[in-house]
Design a protein around this ligand. Sequence first.
Ligand code: ADP
Length: 345
Amino acid sequence: MSLLTFWDAGHGPWVAARAIVRRVKHIGVLTSGGDAPGMNAAIRAVVRTAIHDGLQVTGVYRGYQGLIDSELRPLGARSVANIIQRGGTILRTARCQAFYTPEGRAQAAVTLREHGIDGLIVIGGDGTYRGAARLSVEQGIPVIGIPGTIDNDIYGTDVSIGFNTAINIALDAVDRLRDTAASHERLFLVEVMGRASGAIALYVGVAGGAEAILLPEVPVDLDAVADTLVRAYERGKTSSVVVVAEGAVEGGALTVQHAIAARCGFEARTSILGHIQRGGIPSTRDRVLASRLGFTAVKRLQAGEHGVMVGIDKRGTVTVPLQEVWEKKKEIDWELVEIANVLAT
Ligand code: ADP
């Protein structure tokens, strides 16, 4: 057979590609790790896009634990009605020890096969992707990740679902605290979330006009912070706000408060914002981001792409291999760090 006849007989590269890429017909979706506002909008986008494209969708409850315990429910277009504006996740989320073991993941694969699910979309962070990648390699199940965490510490996307809402909530708190700080001529320390990342603190500090911003990415010199505050006082500032990322200093903002009080005698108060930053109505940006990423995840999965996270950057929606996401570190916005230093003076 000549090469041309071989191709004409249907053995061309496209046929081969089609044979390798099994068409996904039934998608499972779950949320895992910490919850983030906008996760519901992502679930909704996955479900509606899949149904639009003639696929079946099943929701897995309580992350990987629900996959192991077979806590699944079919999702239709109506079952995701009225959730786009709700924080948290209707699918709930959990941390799952059993999924760290090959046996746990094998059990999860049994559940997926029993339900006829041939593709999985996971909404979460780094840990969620590590688990998903292992499930995929060991059990041959195509997976795609969607970044959902308020911390914005995920490599491969400029922003993750939940970050924008979290900074708006934290900023609102900083603005309110500044009113009190100004009225009482006090120093206020505000501790924000972010684990090992200072992204929330940096944005909130810049937007809230903080006199100092303490980040895990920049070594903290408490003497220098105290000097800055004293100089600000001498220049006529009667109140100050310092934003502290939870991972910046061992012991958090309270440690900073005591250290500063000891150095310059300012009366200070500390407010730890904690979990209120994770709840609440998702912002417009988070809802649109989640809609975009949910839609793209379903489209890419159908196109045969898997083992990747969908993200967003200057080029638009992009995909990044899952392994790259957890191996590489997302850098803090160093330009904004410099701007913060200049503007705080
Ligand atoms: P996040 O996804 O927000 O980073 P976690 O790190 O808690 O949250 O991970 C969520 C879940 O993903 C864990 O409870 C566990 O079930 C699973 N997971 C995390 N890391 C791994 C791993 N190395 N191998 C297998 N599963 C993992």
